[in-house]
Design a protein around this ligand. Sequence first.
Ligand code: SF4
Length: 321
Amino acid sequence: MSTTSSSERPVIGIGACLAGNPVRYNGQTKSANAHVRALADHFELRPFCPEMSAGLGVPRPPIHLVGETDAIRVLDVDTHAHDYTDALRDCARRFLDANTGVCGYILVKGSPSCGFDRVKRFNAAGNLVARDAQGMYASTLAELDPLLPLEDDERLNDPGLRESFVTRALTYHDWQQLCAQGLNAGRLVAFYSRYKYLVMAHDVPAYRHLGQMLADAGKHDPQVLGATFIRELMQALRRRATRRSHSNVLFHIAGYLKRRVQGEERQRLAGLIEQYRRGEVPLVVPVTMLKHHFANHPDAYIDNQVFLYPYPDELGLRNSL
Ligand code: SF4
């Protein structure tokens, strides 16, 4: 898999074994699925192996998670005499310090270090208790940067989770670019103005609340307001958009064409949105029709909506929604 560096591309962290490096405990790699590989064309995938970085080496004795959910430690499987918890937590700190522009992270299913969820947890006797934990490195990433979108390679097989991950990663990247310019009330309002319909598709109450939050943006410290705003926006995007909520947004956007597209063309557009809502065509179909109409009848507000252009079309993410 290509992990070519390009300063133009948003940066996503990835478990080094998934990126083709022989860093697993037994010196093997783990093959990335086609969906992970496809992301390498649009993102700079930055490989990192916390267990190697913590000095465990290859080959190394296997490790696992031990303890109650609120006091999990990472111990070697054979003796439970070596504790790697703090070293792995430190790796997360070092990764984030060294990669300030990272906007997402592809974790590795089932790993006691890099697992996103449902990682095996054992008791002190070494017996399996549950599959309910997050890998130690992964949970520390989430704790240190709650905005950072995380997924694992297997979950990315799900079209909805894949689309959500890419959308959130690019939103976070966009936000980081905004912060690099310097936050002020005008920029915050302009940023949200582009995201309104995307947020509406995921979470209508959050869409309204974010609008109210920015109504008197000029009266607040932009750093404090911005931190609250982006936390809520990223949280809203985690909610799964449905055919119903997408259709609602499609009809809202189509409303901007009322005076410009009429008669049969208008009916055809409404018909396509209805077909999408009923599950007969994927989301890409009505969105493509809307883009076609707005190419003929430009509208500055709609042309700026991230909902219509959330990620590169080549990823085909709306073909399966
Ligand atoms: S620690 Fe993470 S990156 Fe390293 S081999 Fe295990 S799963 Fe892969």
